[in-house]
Write a new protein. Structure first.
Length: 345
């Protein structure tokens, strides 16, 4: 009888730390006697049976690299005709005894549905937005807030030199964790997040008051999913949605740039950080944390804890039901935003 095979895939947007999870799964998996099969480009790779065997030699030192050596996509098997059955059949044909799915709400939502159909699946939480419930933090988030903080640090000098307002657009569709923590760390003077619709007049009052007090520049950090009061339509880059029904966000910073300059008379510019937040090498924390999650995931396979996700709870790595992980979004508490408001202006 040959070695048991464990498949591993990465789905959705890339996040710093993905390779560290893969490396940990492979290194410990081999020591436990498993053969690790990498599934390329997320759920698309499973539907197309696009795979490769990955070994300790394959993953040496990859924990230091951003992105994912397996590739990723936003493919949703449940939007493909016969997708669910094809995924289940391909798992059998590939001889996989278990599957480790690394991803956010969408990827793990698919994993949860497949689990209910009898697929032996373990989840690993991944989203730089840090909005997955059932875990205290997701890997990639620490790297992202460091990117945002560093960017805002740099923007202070040019904004101050030109006496400008700079509006910085940060990732965050429904949750403002990156904008909040990166904004506070970088010293933003206004922070706007999806959890609380903003009042443009209030923003302009803060900026004007700073000017009256001799502070001739301002930094506004805004999440891409933030909305003005009374509006429920996201600022988007294009029409249509992806396979999971998400619109392509973008443009709120540009809109604020125009409105703030018109209402205050102060020269205003916008900066979109975009994929800079998720690219590049992971922070030391994300390398270590992602490694621990990978070790936990393969342990869960060994213990047959299927239909569950590795998670961090009060400093301890635990396994939680996938149903719990995708059932509710983790958003910023009002109390935390109120703390941030102490520094507005």
């Amino acid at each position: 009888m040959g070695k048991k095979k464990v498949g591993v895939l990465t789905g959705g947007g890339d996040a710093p730390g993905l390779n560290a999870v893969i490396r940990a799964v492979v290194v410990k998996g081999e020591k436990l006697g498993y053969e690790i099969i990498g599934i390329k480009d997320g759920w698309r790779g499973l539907l197309e049976k696009s795979t490769e065997k990955i070994t300790t030699e394959t993953v040496e030192d990859i924990h230091r690299e951003g992105g994912t050596i397996l590739g990723t996509s936003r493919t949703n098997p449940y939007k493909e005709e016969g997708g669910e059955q094809k995924a289940i059949e391909n798992i059998k044909q590939l001889g996989l005894d278990a599957l480790i799915a690394i991803g956010g709400d969408d990827t793990l939502g698919v994993a949860n549905k497949l689990s209910k159909k009898g697929v032996k699946v373990v989840g690993v939480p991944k989203t730089i937005d840090n909005d997955l419930s059932a875990t205290d933090i997701c890997f990639g988030f620490d790297t992202a807030i460091n990117r945002v903080s560093e960017a805002i640090d740099s923007l202070h000098t040019t904004a101050k030199s030109h006496h400008r307002v700079l509006v910085v657009e940060v990732m965050g569709r429904h949750a403002g964790w990156i904008t909040l923590e990166g904004g506070i760390a970088g010293g933003a003077h206004v922070i706007l997040i999806p959890e609380e619709p903003f009042d443009l007049e209030e923003i302009c009052k803060i900026i004007n008051k700073r000017k009256e007090n001799g502070k001739l520049y301002s930094i506004v950090a805004v999440a891409e999913g933030a909305l003005p009061k009374g509006d429920s339509k996201f600022f988007t880059q294009a029409e249509g949605t992806d396979a999971f029904g998400h619109v392509k966000l973008g443009g709120i910073a540009k809109a604020l740039e125009k409105e703030i300059e018109k209402r205050t008379g102060i020269e205003t510019r916008s900066v979109v950080l975009g994929h800079l937040q998720r690219g590049g090498s992971p922070s030391a924390f994300d390398r270590y944390f992602a490694t621990r999650l990978g070790l936990k995931a393969i342990d869960m396979v060994e213990k047959k804890e299927f239909g569950k996700m590795a998670a961090l709870k009060k400093g301890e790595l635990v396994s939680v039901p996938l149903e719990e992980a995708v059932g509710k979004m983790r958003t910023v508490d009002k109390e935390l935003l109120d703390e941030a408001k102490v520094f507005f202006g």
